[in-house]
Design a protein around this ligand. Structure first.
Ligand SMILES: Cc1ccc2cc(C(N)=O)cc(O)c2n1
Length: 325
């Protein structure tokens, strides 16, 4: 069966590369028909040799049966929320509080800037490069085990795209539902006389809280990573947050394409205005931007205020007039 094993490994690795290029690099290598053909070839071969099926196979995204409930998971490192800014003055207060604590003028400081995705924060643990466990943020200290549901999200890799993975890597990110998928889901629900969701965030939350992964698997969910939690490896991580996110992307973890480095107050405001102008054309809901001191050593010096980091701020947009349908 070594012959069969080699054939299975080749098929799995090829499908993983196709998924990486399609979902993470946004640059498909082959037409969907070719991807589907290979996936069916792998499914048939695994059906003939069920004993050779591995948990990281691209065919193993949808769990067998529905759960009775969700187990609780305690986060080794608390998942904290962000302090908010609602005006340029609030942003200036954030910058001043940083300058009060570290001997660096904010004009010289580099920030990692990103759109603030309006979804649910999750934690995904990879051990030796294999997806082992996933949890909701919950109250920041304990969340729900949603591993079976996270596995169904097509842009979440079941195996990291590297020959020497870290012993343990916890990826933190936001799971959201793009607007188009949300509208199609509600149309289908209406047609079937089922309940509709008020907004994409509720739809994403409802989809992740499904006890039956087969239902979650049919929901158009997307993950975008935004930070690293637990990390155990012989290799050091990059010393900047932006560089860490690019490293995650090289491992096959999807990262939002709008994330940029900015230096000083003017460039922060320019990023905020740039994203605000793009907001209606992004294709997914955001409620502002997240601006983080990029240098990890400085983040550690700045630490956290009670529950939110002193080194990051969510600069939110004014509430949009809700469309009354
Ligand atoms: C530390 C932290 C906490 C919550 C976050 C939430 C988002 C988000 N909703 O996009 C992005 C981030 O970079 C975050 N960063």
């Amino acid at each position: 069966t070594t012959q069969i094993k080699q054939q299975l490994d080749r098929l799995k690795e090829t499908l993983r590369q196709y998924e990486y290029h399609y979902h993470v690099l946004d640059n498909p290598l082959v037409p969907d028909a070719e991807y589907d053909r290979l996936m069916n070839e792998l499914k048939n071969l695994e059906w003939q040799h069920p004993d050779l099926i591995t948990t990281d196979s691209p065919t193993q995204r949808v769990g067998a049966k529905p759960l009775d409930g969700f187990a609780q998971i305690t986060h080794e490192i608390p998942m904290l929320s962000l302090d908010n800014a609602f005006s340029d003055d609030d942003l200036d207060g954030f910058l001043r509080r940083i300058e009060d604590r570290i001997p660096v003028k904010s004009q010289q400081l580099e920030f990692c800037c990103e759109p603030k995705l309006d979804g649910l924060a999750v934690s995904i643990l990879y051990v030796d490069g294999i997806l082992i466990q996933a949890a909701t943020r919950g109250d920041g200290n304990t969340g729900e085990d949603i591993t079976a549901n996270i596995r169904t999200i097509r842009n979440v890799p079941l195996k990291l795209n590297t020959p020497n993975p870290p012993a343990r890597l916890e990826v933190r990110g936001e799971v959201f539902m793009p607007q188009q998928g949300f509208e199609q889901l509600n149309e289908r629900a209406l047609a079937k006389g089922e309940k509709t969701f008020a907004n994409p965030r509720n739809a994403a939350a409802g989809s992740l809280r499904q006890l039956d992964p087969k239902i979650t698997s049919q929901r158009p969910l997307v993950l975008n990573a935004y930070s690293i939690g637990v990390y155990e490896s012989d290799d050091q991580l990059p010393t900047g947050h932006f560089e860490r996110l690019q490293w995650l992307k090289s491992l096959g973890i999807p990262v939002n394409s709008e994330i940029k480095l900015a230096q000083g107050r003017e460039q922060l405001l320019a990023f905020y205005q740039h994203i605000q102008q793009k907001r209606s054309s992004l294709g997914y809901d955001i409620d502002g931007t997240v601006l983080k001191v990029n240098d990890i050593a400085l983040q550690e010096q700045l630490g956290f205020i009670s529950k939110a980091p002193r080194w990051a701020i969510a600069y939110k947009f004014p509430a949009q007039e809700e469309m009354t349908i």
